[in-house]
Design a protein around this ligand. Structure first.
Ligand code: S3P
Length: 168
């Protein structure tokens, strides 16, 4: 199977769908955020606080580079990883980019109790999510090979749509 890079806003369901997709297909699940946490021995919010966002983005680039040449992976990408041209190019070079899209309301419901997303800490409301999503929208849509709307759908349904769109 071609590598799948799941992209989209925080809370769009990238990790959940990756977990489900690897059950349906015999593939390896990769969690970018978790790999960075494990490699650095620090939580994402601590990395942001101590070293800043650019440092975190550099770690994302390094990690994506390390995937080149690997196969049969479903990669749950950090929500902001695709904002860098180099990162999007690395994903494209090595697989198919699948955008999971949800409304700000759906996102808010899913992330409202989480404290491990530094970009949303202190900004946990629908309006902030809507504005940031709007800023990122064009970028997400431009780099995506496939776009799947997830609002109101069961995870199995989303996976079936992803696989059908990939011709699997
Ligand atoms: C971020 C998304 C997060 C994580 C970091 C920054 C972003 O990942 O990488 O907090 O800029 O959108 P998830 O999309 O998995 O929450």
């Amino acid at each position: 199977m071609k590598n799948i890079y799941l992209i989209g806003f925080m809370g769009a369901g990238k990790s959940t769908i990756a977990r489900e997709l690897v059950k349906m297909k015999d593939a390896k699940r990769i969690e970018m955020d978790q790999m960075i946490v494990d490699q650095q021995g620090m939580e994402i919010s601590d990395i942001f606080e101590k070293y800043g966002e650019t440092y975190f983005r550099d770690l994302e680039t390094e990690l994506l580079r390390s995937f080149l040449g690997k196969e049969n992976m479903v990669v749950s990408c950090g929500g902001g990883s695709v904002l860098r041209d180099e990162n999007a190019a690395l994903m494209k070079e090595n697989g198919c980019i699948v955008l999971l899209k949800a409304t700000p309301e759906t996102i808010y419901e899913r992330v409202k109790n989480s404290t491990d997303r530094p970009i949303l800490n202190g900004n946990m409301n629908v309006e902030f999510i809507r504005e940031l999503m709007e800023k990122r929208r064009e970028r997400y849509e431009t780099v995506a090979d496939i776009t799947i709307c997830v609002d109101g759908k069961e995870k199995q349904e989303v996976c079936r749509e992803v696989l059908a769109a990939l011709g699997e």
